[in-house]
Each structure stands twice: as structure tokens, then as C-alpha cells.
Design a protein around this ligand. Structure first.
Ligand code: NAD
Length: 267
């Protein structure tokens, strides 16, 4: 497992398990246990995924100590709009059965995110979170937030995959040493329609999904592929024993077409 050093000095595991759409029960619990057994040390959830109870249960019942696991959750839009970030965080911590999360994100840049950020900074002071960051923040949101922030975001979690690299947002984050986490790195499963990944995968004796995740890693991006299937969880974790050539990196770079599978933060 490789870590990425954040601008606050913490080391964040570069591979995590995303649990969006995993059921709030045995499905999420099994997926997290399989991932931890396979060496993952990072779980990405959100209050809106409605599975924080199962995440908490999985973390309580694994043999892996809590302090060895990087746990990310996110505050949902309604709570940010209503100015109830601290209450929403306390509710999330109760569901997760933990005293702290490693990373708390503003899920989307909705009205009220500057006020929410003040509450994020207070949560950091209070030790309820170890790092604070944002998600789906484009340049205009980041510039605005940075004007008001005392603590810079450590991470911006954005949609990122070979069809969408969001170079402008990433270069602004690079300037401020804000790490990028890719959501939907596997294009929500749609990578199967792109033959190039299969062609490259054959050269390395790897799968198309592994090639895409490896391309993300080599671009210094944190990845949180989602699966609740044991075989795929193992497959997605087995990406640290090969390296894509410069030629293959460039060939994948050239697939960029500004195509989103998720919503546009500017809409
Ligand atoms: P993803 O790109 O990780 O794709 C997941 C889908 O790909 C799976 O449902 C499965 O159908 C398929 N898949 C996974 N592994 C595979 C494999 N090895 N071979 C073949 N098919 C495979 O999509 P995602 O769930 O949208 O994104 C990952 C995570 O990112 C989410 O679970 C969530 O944690 C996070 N996320 C965050 C935001 C945000 O706004 N911050 C938005 C979307 C997702």
C-alpha cells in the first residue's frame, strides 16, 4: 500500500474502498472486511450513502485496529445549506461508532460552504476529524474558499478517470498542495466499452480495471474504486506490483474528452 502525504503532514492511503450504493447491512460489512483482508486501509463513505451504520459495524468487527484505517465521510448538501454541519458530523460519528473520522469533506459546493468550513475548522480543533477537505470544488469554489479559510483543504475529491481529468481544477489544487481523490475512477463500470484498456492490460498480464487504477496512481491520484464483489475487491487492490510505461500512460491520457458520468458541479 502506498500513501500520499497531505499538506497537513498526514499520510493518506492511496487506495480506498468506495461504498456508494452498498447496502447498509451485510453487503457493506462484507465488502469492507474483504477489502481490509486484502490490504486496503481506507474506506470512503458519506452521510448521503445511508450506510454509515454498516461502515461503523464493519470497523468495529474487523481485527484491523481503528487507528490503522483511514475513514472518510462527507457532510451532505441539506446540512450545509441549513448551517447544521457540527450537528450532522456528531450524528455521523454516532452512526460510525467512532470518536473521529480521518477526513471530513464538504460533499458539494452548495450555498453555505464557507460557513460550513468554519465548523470544519472547529471540528479539527476539537479532534473530531484529523483532516478536512472538499469534494466537487471547481476553480471558482476553491478560490472563494481559500480567501476565507484559515486551514487549507487537504483534499479535493472530484470525478476523475481517463475520459475526464479536470486539468484546470487539478493544477489549482497542485498550486496549493491539495491532494486529489478520484471518484468514479472506473467510470462507473463503463470502462468496458473502451478497447484500449484491454489491449494495454494484456501486455502486463493485468485486467482493464487494474490498468485504469494504476494510471491514476502513477498520476499521484488517490483512488476509491467501488465494488461489493470479493473477487473484484481483490483485483482492484492488486495494483502495486506493476508499472505502466510512459507510452501507455500517454495513450490513456489521450482518451480525455471532458465526459462526465456524474453531475457537473457548475450546474
Ligand atoms: P466506480 O468508477 O468505482 O465504478 C464502480 C462500478 O464499476 C461497480 O459498481 C462495478 O459495476 C464496476 N467494477 C468495479 N470493479 C470492477 C472490476 N474490477 N471489474 C469490472 N467492473 C468493476 O464508481 P463509483 O462507485 O461511482 O465511484 C467510486 C466511489 O467514489 C464511490 O463508491 C464513492 O465512495 C465515491 N464517489 C464520490 C462522489 C462525490 O460526489 N464525492 C460521487 C460518486 C462517487
Amino acid at each position: 500500500m502506498k500513501n500520499i502525504k497531505l499538506n497537513n503532514g498526514l499520510e493518506m492511503p492511496q487506495l480506498g474502498l468506495g461504498v456508494w450504493k452498498a447496502d447498509n447491512g451485510q453487503e457493506a460489512i462484507n465488502a469492507i472486511h474483504w477489502a481490509l483482508d486484502a490490504g486496503y486501509r481506507h474506506i470512503d463513505t458519506a452521510s448521503i450513502y445511508k450506510n454509515e451504520e454498516a461502515v461503523g459495524e464493519a470497523l468495529k468487527t474487523t481485527k484491523v485496529p481503528r487507528e490503522d484505517i483511514w475513514l472518510t465521510t462527507k457532510i451532505w448538501n441539506e446540512d450545509i445549506r441549513k448551517g447544521r454541519t457540527t450537528a450532522a458530523l456528531d450524528e455521523a460519528l454516532a452512526r460510525l461508532q467512532t470518536d473521529y473520522v480521518d477526513l471530513l469533506l464538504v460533499h458539494w459546493p452548495v450555498d453555505g460552504y464557507v460557513a460550513a468550513w468554519k465548523e470544519f475548522e472547529q471540528a479539527l480543533e476539537a479532534g473530531k476529524v484529523r483532516a478536512i477537505g472538499v469534494s466537487n470544488f471547481m476553480e471558482e469554489h476553491l478560490e472563494d474558499l481559500l480567501e476565507h479559510a484559515t486551514v487549507k483543504p487537504a483534499v479535493n475529491q472530484i470525478e476523475y478517470h481517463p475520459y475526464l481529468v479536470q486539468a484546470d481544477a487539478i493544477s489549482l489544487c497542485d498550486m496549493h498542495d491539495i491532494a486529489i481523490t478520484a471518484w468514479s475512477p472506473l467510470m462507473q463500470g463503463n470502462f468496458k466499452d473502451e478497447p484500449l484498456f484491454g489491449e494495454i492490460a494484456k501486455t502486463y498480464g493485468k485486467s482493464p480495471a487494474q490498468v485504469i487504477l494504476r494510471w491514476c496512481l502513477q498520476n499521484d491520484i488517490i483512488v476509491i474504486p467501488k465494488s461489493t464483489n470479493e473477487g473484484r475487491i481483490h483485483e482492484n487492490g492488486d495494483i502495486f506490483d506493476f508499472e505502466l510505461s510512459e507510452e501507455h500512460m500517454v495513450a490513456i491520457d489521450e482518451l480525455e474528452r471532458g465526459h462526465r458520468f456524474g453531475p457537473d458541479p457548475l450546474d
